[in-house]
Design a protein around this ligand. Sequence first.
Ligand SMILES: [Ca+2]
Ligand SMILES: [Ca+2]
Length: 70
Amino acid sequence: MADVDSIRAAFDKYDVNGDGRITATEYALVARELGDLTTSIAVAEAVIKTMDTNHDGELTFDEFLAARQG
Ligand SMILES: [Ca+2]
Ligand SMILES: [Ca+2]
């Protein structure tokens, strides 16, 4: 059983503006704040693409949760 609360907390951390979607810009910003300075916007876009099941370029919580739960 995955811990949905901790996944929710991680999602909220990446969703900088709190609109319920993680964009590549937000992902790159947070990853760099967490110390991963290799995460460019292009890298963030690639990461998001692997989880973006409806291909709109942004991650909703459902997409993020599905990816985390494998
Ligand atoms: Ca957002
Ligand atoms: Ca999406």
